[in-house]
Design a binder for this molecule. Sequence first.
Ligand code: PHE
Length: 344
Amino acid sequence: MVQKLDEIFNDFKSKIESLDKAADVLSLKATVIGKKGSLAEILKSLKDATPEERKEIGPKSNQIKADIEKMVVAKLQQIEKDEIDKKLAENTIDFSLTDSIMDKGLQAAGLHPVTQIQQEIEDIFISMGFDVLDGPHIEDDFHNFEALNIPETHPARDMQDTFWFKDMKHLLRTHTSTIQVRGMESRKPPFKFVGPGKVFRCERTDATHEMCFHQLEGMMVGKDITVGNLIYFMKTLLREIFQKDMEVRLRPGYFPFVEPGFELDIRWKKPGKGESKHSGWLELLPCGMVHPNVLKAGGIDPEKYNGFAFGLGLDRLVMVKYMIEDIRHLHSGDLRFNKQFKMY
Ligand code: PHE
């Protein structure tokens, strides 16, 4: 009988080794130490054993039971670990993705030229101490018009054809000047920030008009800010973008949220042959001194503080920089176009 016990145990040991599923391990365990298992069978026939045998078999079968239980626990842990290792091995991430894509003859993506110029301009302004703010595409009447000194009956609302939502209270922002209002609401003067993003107008598209384009708003508010400060920041920006000093001029321009308002032009000459229709003054960005009503709407006392604001058209800047003749190329998704602006 003692020998039988050893056989059972050895048999169990060799069988468990080859198993790799938890369910199989548990059923093997049941066949040995379960209620109807082989160990129970032996204990049942204990009554036929001699007293010496009984003395030996009792502790031995207990020992075997304990050993089997330990082995089962260890085996189950091992199986769980193996499964995790297997899953991890299947999910490995190929960090050399760029290379492997190239090996397969595919092209890695680059940033769109508008994104590139936006990031470049953000960096220039960050280096001059400006914050970079964001704002929602879906706006309300207050942030897009009312707070910018454009009340409901103001004819200037017609300057920007607007996509209204059915409730006639919400709209797709027509300009990033909404970020001026949100910026004023969230900070106290003095401050300076830029706010880039998409803007939407209900326009017929042509070579110079798109329904969705990109602007970068800028605002500086403090004590005794002058047009001189505005020109300084604009010239610094243009020098960084074009990598040379740019000649600028201000013409009067009308926007309800600035007073006085200007159009800033740059002296522009198409590289290559002499004077052409592409040479001369090029209208680049509208700007001006923030209207007192706008400061008031943003919770700022116009008796104590003043400031400037500007709205740079990013698509236009990309077109000037790379001499692109049609704004629709920018949204065409045409890879032949996009590939020309890769940054590596
Ligand atoms: N928000 C104006 C537009 O989109 C541009 C602008 C911004 C003008 C800031 C003056 C000051 O047309």
